[in-house]
Design a binder for this molecule. Structure first.
Ligand SMILES: C[S@@+](CC[C@H](N)C(=O)[O-])C[C@H]1O[C@@H](n2cnc3c(N)ncnc32)[C@H](O)[C@@H]1O
Length: 201
């Protein structure tokens, strides 16, 4: 092998290792934070319980697009995004698929921000954001649920999802599984920064 090829190979290996290291660090950080009794980013205590069960970390748009494809969103669906952040999943579902989409978000500033974005997009007839704790949401109207939370938060919601949602409904989670509830499909995609993302259906 020529020297320049070898140095190119080395560079590729270093980059690949760096990517793996970044992914592992992120995953460890999420797991550590999910097991912590204090949410590092937003800690709000109510009745001795942390109200925020995940911090605001937006799903990259290309991953949002794929999550909705994996969920096979189609006319007639009602999508709920649990912890809707800046509203990107709700807005994308309404704009691209013309479905009713509702986001539930506890952070008042994010609620206002996403409501403004919905108005600016002219999607008020389809998209809605409710300022509500996702632990108290009636999930029975939803046919698709999306989430990007913590492993612990997913487990917490799993029982309600199974109890309340109808057969044939789809649940899509970004990066975290539903524990022992085996996914029908797992997809790994690279986002535009090169980070590997996992989508669980
Ligand atoms: C990782 S972000 C995901 C945002 C968006 N779903 C996305 O994928 O881009 C999680 C969101 O859940 C919200 N959240 C955390 N705990 C919540 C709770 N108990 N009720 C409602 N929203 C909550 C956070 O404020 C944050 O915006």
């Amino acid at each position: 092998m020529c020297r320049s090829c070898a140095s190119g190979q080395n560079e590729k290996q270093v980059k690949a290792r760096l990517r793996v290291f970044c992914c592992l660090s992120l995953a460890l950080l999420w797991v550590a934070m999910s097991n912590s009794s204090v949410n590092v980013v937003h800690a709000v205590e109510q009745d001795g319980e942390t109200t925020y069960i995940a911090p605001f970390v937006p799903t990259p748009q290309e991953v949002v697009d794929r999550m909705l494809e994996v969920a096979q969103v189609s006319k007639g669906d009602i999508l709920y995004d649990l912890g809707s952040g800046d509203g990107r999943i709700v807005i994308t579902a309404a704009r691209r698929y013309g479905v009713k989409a509702v986001g539930f978000e506890i952070d008042a500033a994010l609620v206002k921000h996403s409501q403004r974005a919905i108005t600016e997009a002219g999607l008020e007839h389809l998209a809605e954001i409710r300022e509500q704790d996702i632990r108290n949401v009636d999930l029975s109207p939803a046919t698709v649920v999306t989430m990007y939370l913590y492993p612990g938060a997913n487990l917490r919601l799993r029982g309600e999802i199974l109890r309340q949602m109808r057969a044939g409904s789809r649940v899509v989670s970004h990066d975290f599984s539903m524990g022992s509830w085996a996914p029908d499909r797992v997809e790994r995609i690279r986002d535009s920064t090169g980070l590997l993302r996992t989508i669980y259906l």
